[in-house]
Design a protein around this ligand. Structure first.
Ligand SMILES: Cc1ncc(COP(=O)(O)O)c(C=O)c1O
Length: 326
């Protein structure tokens, strides 16, 4: 489908130039949105733009003046606040990097509260019971949103239906090529009104941040048709099983220390008695990235590949850890 896209090079800005591709996008949005308790939305090239779009709707529909998010929120949330001219209030996290409710300002009536499901550094899930405390609640589920499709893991997102908007990256756990993400709204009619601009040459209003954009929805539609919910859930569950195996391996290893498992397939660890940087240099490229938590260096593995060879990964880590531990 990506090749099909490249060959036709359709532009979804105008219905006349891409009738099927627009329909394909509408179908994937229509199928996915209800899993998050939302009634629609549109595709974006990434969750940075999805977050910006949601905060734009929050500002124009509810008049929010501030964005409140934890210190573990993705940088795109702060960036969106800056672009939109909104104040940014950073609140604290607990020892597992989840937003600490006790640090929220008492009055959120002029605020958009952003809760993250799967923080970038450790995969932590903010308390979704805070949905509805602010004038607008946005859920940044860029990474862990697709867990909603798994019967085994969907409880991670329980309560998300009380939010006003949700961002999900399809180019993460829906296995899409970049650039593919979605922004969903509880009231898409109202959001679309706030986010729409007409133009003399446009037959339909232009909704959202982008003008011209490509047919990422056709690729996602093909994936949904080929694999179905079960196929996606099975792959995501394999990733989660890989993560659980890695966490167990690290916990049992005398020379490795694990960070608390955030529950969304991001495993964070470090050597007990050796500098993280030197250890990282010994790892195969692409296996782990650096994360700084409370000023300390850790390594993080994002378990996004259902076909990862966990025997090989644990053997490699074991050999390296023993070498550094010795
Ligand atoms: C929690 C979270 N939000 C937003 C983003 C930004 O998404 P994108 O890179 O698709 O713009 C990321 C990316 O890693 C993320 O982890």
């Amino acid at each position: 489908m990506a090749l099909w896209n490249a060959r036709l090079n359709q532009n979804l800005l105008h219905p006349a130039t891409a009738p099927f591709a627009r329909e394909a996008e509408a179908r994937v949005v229509g199928w996915l949105a209800p899993w998050f308790g939302m009634d629609g939305g549109h595709m974006t090239p990434g969750s940075s733009v999805a977050n910006l779009t949601a905060l734009w709707a929050a500002r124009d529909l509810r008049g929010v003046k501030r964005v409140v998010a934890s210190s573990a929120a993705h940088l795109s949330v702060k960036k969106a606040a800056r672009i939109l001219g909104l104040d940014y209030v950073e609140v604290g996290v607990d020892e597992r990097q989840r937003l600490d409710l006790a640090t929220l300002p008492p009055d959120l009536s002029d605020a958009c509260l952003v809760l993250t499901v799967g923080t970038t550094a450790v995969g932590a899930v903010d308390p979704l019971e805070a949905c509805g405390l602010a004038a607008w609640t946005h859920i940044d589920a860029a990474w862990a949103g697709p867990l909603v499709l798994s019967d085994r893991h969907c409880s991670v997102l329980s309560g998300i239906g009380r939010a006003d908007s949700v961002a999900v990256s399809a180019h993460k756990w829906l296995f899409q090529p970049k650039e593919s993400a979605l922004v969903f709204f509880a009231d898409t009619g109202a959001a679309n009104t706030a986010l729409s601009f007409g133009g003399a040459y446009l037959a339909a209003p232009n909704i959202g941040v982008q003008g011209s954009h490509g047919a990422a929805g056709t690729v996602l539609l093909a994936t949904l048709l080929a694999w179905g919910r079960e196929g996606l859930a099975e792959r995501i569950e394999r990733c989660m099983d890989n993560a659980a195996r890695l966490q167990t391996f690290i916990a049992a290893h005398p020379d490795l220390e694990g960070f608390a498992d955030g529950g969304t397939g991001v495993i964070v660890f470090r050597p007990r008695s050796h500098p993280v940087d030197a250890f990282r240099e010994g790892l195969p490229r692409g296996l782990a990235s650096l994360a700084i938590l409370d000023g300390e260096a850790w390594l993080r593995c994002v378990c996004a590949n259902p076909n990862a060879d966990m025997d090989k990964i644990t053997q490699t880590l074991d050999a390296l850890a023993r070498r550094h531990g010795a």
